[in-house]
Design a protein around this ligand. Structure first.
Ligand code: C2O
Ligand code: CU
Ligand code: CU
Length: 431
């Protein structure tokens, strides 16, 4: 923390080597290390500054995914950091407690930069959530779980797309926090997992083989109104979920990703990853567990727009691999202009035959409808990214209350990073 109370972070993007398996060194990229990056953490109301130094041989950016902040600080494709340069965005954290993340966003190269290892968590805390009886001891009963799929070609990462390459890269092994075959010993009855799908294209449907229920307590942008009991939670690239799992003394249980029947047609399920199943993380409970407090029945009030009455304007987004609304991303074209302080309803539709998702920078939105129906519990919290398998239409309520900046756009895009790189991205300004 600096003299004026600003919390200062140093992030250095660097190339290195990582030994995922003994005796096998893979060239990778990381922040302040060879793979992934440190978990950054700040409290609502705090001023933060990040000194981002680029020690790679090529230009990149660092985007604060899920963060509400001025467009110039967003780290999208307009805030490139040249090799050897340092970029120092600053902003005041002003949003509820949440599991956010950061990753590069250079136009056309995001998939490669993330797949090489550039990603990390950014946790936001606030006073209200600090008072709740939720597991919150980081690394003890509150665990970060960054999930990525990888493939090795000998000692090296293989990032080639296979013949179903339209979806992007699909790996055949899973990393959690950069670790192959991960397990974790736990000593508490209740364990909170902060799940982040940091994969470039793969969607997971997380659950446990014994079918046990867990409590979903938070989505992308923070806590739900109340815990929701479920046995599966589906996360497409970029999405987060916080779940609380009850452990039994001495047991071993493995978080898995299961086949997904909403993923598309038989072809997409078979060759696009929908039928795949992976072990993700084994939890090994100690023989004696520390008792945990019961989860609170209420977690707080949502700070997302309800979209009723207040919406001044509707927009439509049609997702196709060839671009959104028939247009490829163009750095010099602003696609949408929104008015500061207003609420809008965006209708997003995928009838493109393959799975896509939709992410909007700067805001946390509310899902109003999925195919004309009330959204399921997993889509009732603050969201910045939503999964839209083929045949899905969603209505989202968004409120833009940051500072106006007619010259610097924010992005909306498909977060399957190959699709984003191919031009499934558009730009909006807040004026
Ligand atoms: Cu996670 Cu536009 O990004
Ligand atoms: Cu983002
Ligand atoms: Cu897509």
């Amino acid at each position: 923390v600096g003299k004026d109370g600003t919390r200062v972070f140093d992030l250095r993007m660097q190339a290195g080597e990582t030994e995922f398996e003994e005796g096998r060194k893979t060239p990778t990229w990381g922040f302040n290390g060879s793979y992934l990056g440190p978990t950054l953490r700040a409290e609502r109301g705090e001023k933060v500054r990040v000194r981002v130094r680029n020690s790679l041989g090529e230009a990149s950016t660092v985007h604060w995914h899920g963060m509400h902040l001025p467009a110039r600080m967003d780290g999208g494709p307009h805030q490139m950091v040249a090799p050897g340069a340092t970029w120092s965005p600053r902003w005041t954290v002003n949003q509820p407690a949440a599991t956010l993340w950061y990753h590069p966003h250079p136009h056309g190269a995001t998939e490669q930069h993330v797949a090489r290892g550039l990603a990390g968590l950014f946790l936001v805390d606030d006073k209200e959530s600090a008072k709740l009886a939720l597991p919150k001891e980081y690394g003890v009963d509150d665990l970060p779980v960054i999930v990525q799929d990888v493939r090795f070609d000998g000692a090296e990462f293989d990032h080639d797309h296979d013949f179903m390459g339209d979806l992007g890269f699909l790996g055949d092994r899973t990393l959690v926090n950069g670790t192959l075959n991960p397990y974790r010993e736990v000593h508490d009855e209740l364990i909170r997992l902060r799940l982040l799908n940091a994969s470039t294209a793969r969607t997971y449907d997380f659950g446990f083989p014994d079918g046990r229920a867990f409590a979903l307590v938070a989505t992308d942008g923070g806590l739900l109104e109340r815990p929701a009991s479920m046995d599966r939670v589906q996360l497409s690239p970029g999405e987060r979920a916080e779940i609380v799992v009850r452990m039994r003394a001495g047991e071993r249980v493995t978080l898995r990703s299961f086949p997904q029947d909403n993923y598309g047609d038989a072809w997409q399920r078979r060759f696009g990853g929908g039928d795949d199943s992976f072990d993700v993380l084994e939890l090994r409970a100690a023989d004696r567990l520390r008792p945990s407090a019961e989860l609170p029945s209420a977690l707080g009030e949502l700070e997302i727009p309800d979209g009723e009455g207040a919406a001044v304007r509707g927009r439509h987004f049609d997702l196709k691999l060839s671009g959104i609304n028939g247009r490829d991303m163009e750095m010099s074209r602003v696609d949408e202009t929104v008015t500061r302080g207003t609420t809008e309803v965006w209708t997003v539709r995928n009838s493109n035959g393959m799975p896509h998702n939709f992410h909007v920078h700067d805001v946390q939105f509310r899902v109003l409808e999925v195919n004309g129906k009330t959204p399921p519990p997993a889509l009732r919290g603050p969201k910045d990214t939503v999964f839209l398998p083929h045949g899905t239409t969603m209505k989202l309520a968004l409120r833009f209350d940051g500072p106006a900046d007619p010259d610097t756009p924010y992005m909306y895009h498909c977060h399957l990073l190959y699709h984003e790189d191919q031009g499934m991205m558009g730009q909006f300004v807040v004026v």
